[in-house]
Design a protein around this ligand. Structure first.
Ligand SMILES: Cc1ncc(C[n+]2csc(CCOP(=O)(O)OP(=O)(O)O)c2C)c(N)n1
Ligand SMILES: [Mg+2]
Length: 356
């Protein structure tokens, strides 16, 4: 069909303007793996191992009936929380996540005893034993949960970032969400506001390949999730989330970007969960071989161990760390089994009855 001469120039002009604008847009630097000292790498190893052993113990306590309700384990994804949060300042930068939250709390240096006690519903738990696995919170550390509503933490995270900017406190918010949550509508409303107001927030998609029993390819039209911010002008980076040094390297780039006032950035962490979605998931949607293949090829803790051995750390030194971690985790389980349950009167506290 013949085009009217009048429509041609304006169409061509509009196209060239937007192409140039995209081409000229500033992009974050390409991340490189973090060059850790031996001491730093030992700490990453230790911290990832703490999450792994803590989660294994939580799984056991759940099996024994000592933990009730839901319980979502983070095993396999340890490098994400450690790589990112090792670059943050607890108490200054805020962190928010979904219900798979134990690892993020440990990564922020929160006492394993009070996390485990929350899992067993004891008064000494971080939410006084009334939140459980999915609802842990520590304003002191600026750890804002622990949320059961898929995607809600993204909007709340944008609010936390707004508060950082409004109060000019120099903090950055790290908002984690899953590949499934990435399809939630409120995520995109939050992206829009965050970029519009140049909020200091790092959006982190923990792409562990599954949302409950649904694989990312079955649920996502655009499965390259790091591109999900593009239409809001939020740059995205795809990162090997099974490699703690790659994750920390990406954290450095993301923090530079956000701290220099350029607004939000999106990190897609390619990772994998070894256990079922929650403790009650028999994981029939994937084969054991699939899980085994990831464990053998890209386990974050084994990978870190190999790097340490190459740096000259000995197997014996690593065994000492392993033992120390087992002791910490066993002590947390003992504490969580013996600590008293909340008083009955606690049923009536921390309940909103006033008008706000
Ligand atoms: C708004 C809302 N819809 C549905 C659910 C049920 N649900 C709980 S977890 C989940 C899957 C989320 O998967 P993903 O975001 O990939 O996180 P992952 O569990 O893999 O960490 C769903 C659908 C929910 N809790 N909230
Ligand atoms: Mg997922």
């Amino acid at each position: 069909m013949a085009k009217s001469p009048a429509s041609k120039p304006s169409k061509a002009k509009a196209a060239s303007v937007s192409t140039d604008a995209i081409a000229n847009r500033e992009r974050p630097a390409t991340p490189v793996p973090y060059k850790a000292t031996k001491e730093e790498l030992l700490k990453f190893y230790r911290d990832m191992l703490l999450i792994r052993r803590f989660e294994e113990k939580a799984g056991q306590l759940y099996g024994l009936g000592l933990i009730g309700g839901f319980c979502h384990l983070y095993i396999g994804q340890e490098a994400v929380a450690i790589g990112l949060q090792s670059a943050l300042t607890p108490g200054k930068d805020s962190v928010i996540t979904g219900y798979r939250d134990h690892g993020h709390m440990l990564a922020y240096g929160i006492d394993p005893n009070i996390i485990m006690a929350e899992l067993t519903g004891r008064a000494a738990g971080i939410s006084k034993g009334k939140g459980g696995s999915m609802h842990m919170f520590s304003t002191e550390h600026k750890f804002y949960g622990g949320h059961g509503i898929v995607g809600a933490q993204v909007s709340l995270g944008a609010g936390l970032a707004f508060a950082h900017k409004y109060n000019n406190d120099g903090g950055v918010c790290l908002a984690y969400f899953g590949d499934g949550a990435a399809n939630q509508g409120q995520v995109y409303e939050s992206f829009n506001m965050a970029e519009l107001w140049k909020l200091p927030i790092i959006f982190v998609i923990e792409n562990n390949q599954y949302a409950m029993g649904t694989s990312v390819n079955r649920a996502s039209a655009e499965d390259q999730l790091y591109r999900r911010g593009e239409s809001f002008r939020i740059p995205g980076l795809q990162v090997d989330g099974m490699d703690v040094l790659a994750v920390r390297g990406a954290a450095e780039v993301a923090l530079d970007w956000v701290r220099s006032g350029k607004g939000p950035i999106l990190l897609e962490m390619k990772t994998y969960r070894y256990r079922g979605h929650s403790m009650s998931d028999p994981a029939k949607y994937r084969s054991r071989e699939e899980v085994q293949a990831v464990r053998e090829k890209s386990d974050p803790i084994d990978g870190c161990k190999e790097d340490l051995l190459k740096m000259g750390v000995t197997e014996d030194e690593l065994k000492v760390i392993e033992k120390e971690i087992r002791n910490i985790v066993n002590a947390s389980a003992e504490f969580a089994e013996q600590a008293p349950e909340p008083e009955l009167s606690e049923l009536y506290t921390d309940v909103l009855v006033e008008n706000y």
